[in-house]
Structures are given as C-alpha cells and as structure tokens.
Design a protein around this ligand. Structure first.
Ligand code: C2E
Ligand code: MG
Ligand code: MG
Ligand code: MG
Length: 270
C-alpha cells in the first residue's frame, strides 16, 4: 500500500516538474541523505540601507553540501516543498535559525514556502519559536492565491509578535495591488528582473519608480534585489529604495566567510 502511494507521488512530481524518473530517484536519495547526515546549510546574503550602505540584515538561503558539491535551491527546493521531507526540513530550519538569532546581531530573514505558510501548525510553531526575535519572513505573492483572508489573519498574528514580513520577488505574482491594500506588509523586495535592465530600459525604471512611490505612500519599505553594478545602484539610490541586495555587495556567503568579512555580526563567541 505504502509503495503504491510512493509510486503515485513520484508520477505526480514527475509530471509537475517534468523530471525524469531517474532524476526524481536521485533527488529523493539526496534529500534523504541530507536530512540523515545533516548536510543542509544556510548561506547568508547581506542587504544594506541605501542611505549609508550600512548592513541592515541577512537573508538565509539554503544549500545542500555533500562531498564538496554544493547544491542550490533551484536544484531541489520545488521537490522538497512537495515531498514527505518538508516537515523534517522545517524542523531543521527552526533549530538552525534559532541558533543563529542567538549568535548574530542583525535580523535574519527566512524564505517560507506557500506550502508551509498555508499550514497553521507551521505558523504556530514559527511564532512560538521566534516571537520577539530578530527574524523576518520572506513570502511570495503565491502565498495569497489560495486564501487571502487566511493570509491576512496569519499576517496579523505575525505582526502581533513583532515579526516583520517581506514580500519576495515582488512584481512577478498575481495580486500585487490587492496585497498591498489589504495586508500588513513591512518590506517589498522588488524582483531582480525589474532591476536587471534598469539602466537601459526606461519602462523598467518607471515601473520600479512607481512601485517605490506606492510603497512610500503606504508606509512600506522597499528593497531592490539583484543589484550587480554601480550604475544600477545609482539609479536605485535616485529612486529612493530603502534597501539594496545583490552581487555588487555580496553573494550568499557561508557563515565562516560572512563572519570574516563582517566580524561585528557575531555576538557572543561560540
Ligand atoms: P530568493 O529568496 O528570491 O533569493 C534570491 C536568489 O537570487 C538567491 O538564489 C541569490 O543567490 C540570488 N541572487 C542574489 N543576488 C543576486 C544578484 O545580484 N544577481 C543574481 N543573478 N542573483 C542574485 P538562491 O540562493 O539560489 O535561492 C533561490 C531561491 O530559492 C530563493 O529565491 C528562494 O525562493 C528559494 N529558497 C532559498 N532558500 C530557501 C529556504 O530556506 N526555504 C525555502 N522555502 N525557499 C528557499
Ligand atoms: Mg528571498
Ligand atoms: Mg527574492
Ligand atoms: Mg527570487
């Protein structure tokens, strides 16, 4: 019986993600191994205040590190979020982020999948674990598609615990305006596809300008994702985004490298 369900699950994933059976079997194997042998790690990508380029926070981005190979989320996260491994991964994330909030002096933002966000037990655990801690949630507009009333209720509870909410990849989803009107959001992360050609593409620049203006009117902060050049930064500055993040400053860094470059992040030594 269990095997049957497993096979069905496989076929569903295969169709959904257009993966070959072989790829699925190796993904499954990889995730099982990663959980068993504790091979998940977070890299941390800083973001900065545009005003003075001071460090404002860190985004935790997951990796799997196995025998010198580093797997990026694009290689496993979609599968992970739909697999039986999700609860164990969430548990690992809670543990790991808890430790880091004790250790780091700056806020840490974590990416939360729509799957997790839309489960009340996950949110309950998250809140009891992180209330009044310097943790921020990154969620995408996808989260709101399922049930915007539920999302509103949950976000209200998150706010009550003083946890900030960031909308990730903003502009690529479906409910941009109604989200802003309806939901208590702290920061909009403007998707990097809008930033990429901002120097030569007037339309993109206009769009970012309008998003920032709108956010300002609503008392929401903005972050420009994927800033790679000084030219892009100049425009972002001129437009008046609150924060900036991207390879111009840092790639996602392993903890050791992060602490070498920004030693003041570490609070108490381990
Ligand atoms: P995201 O949250 O939008 O993360 C930003 C991604 O863009 C990161 O890729 C980062 O390395 C990349 N990036 C940052 N700055 C630049 C830049 O200047 N140029 C370019 N070309 N890329 C840049 P990464 O780490 O591979 O993460 C990809 C996505 O995987 C994330 O997108 C997020 O949606 C998801 N993800 C990562 N970690 C987790 C996690 O712990 N849980 C969940 N549920 N999803 C995660
Ligand atoms: Mg993110
Ligand atoms: Mg993003
Ligand atoms: Mg993204």
């Amino acid at each position: 019986e269990a095997k049957k369900v497993g096979a069905g699950e496989f076929r569903f994933f295969a169709q959904f993600m257009e993966l070959k059976a072989q790829e699925i079997i190796s993904l499954d194997y990889l995730l099982e191994k990663a959980l068993k042998e504790n091979l998940f790690v977070f890299y941390y990508q800083p973001y900065f205040k545009v005003e003075d380029l001071s460090l404002a926070g860190l985004e935790a981005l997951v990796r799997i590190k196995v025998d010198g190979t580093v797997y990026n989320p694009s290689q496993f996260i979609d599968y992970l979020e739909r697999s039986r491994f999700l609860p164990k991964f969430e548990e690992w994330m809670f543990e790991e982020i808890s430790k880091k909030t004790e250790r780091f002096r700056v806020p840490i933002s974590v990416n939360i999948s729509a799957r997790s966000f839309n489960r009340e037990d996950f949110i309950e655990r998250f809140l009891s674990r992180f209330q009044h801690k310097e943790v921020r949630l990154e969620i995408t507009e996808r989260v709101f598609i399922e049930n915007i009333l539920y999302a509103k209720e949950i976000l209200k509870r998150i706010k009550e615990k003083n946890i900030k909410v960031m909308i990730d990849d903003f502009g690529t989803g479906y409910c941009a305006l109604s989200c802003l009107r309806f939901l208590p959001i702290d920061v909009i992360k403007i998707d990097m596809s809008f930033i990429k050609d901002i120097i030569k593409n007037k339309k993109d620049k206009d769009l970012v300008e309008v998003i920032v203006l709108l956010a300002q009117k609503l008392g929401i902060e903005t972050l420009a994702e994927g800033v790679e050049t000084q030219g892009q930064l100049d425009i972002i500055k001129q437009i008046g985004c609150t924060y900036v993040q991207g390879f111009l400053f840092d790639k996602p860094l392993p903890e050791e490298e992060l602490l070498v470059k920004y030693p003041f992040i570490a609070g108490v030594a381990e």
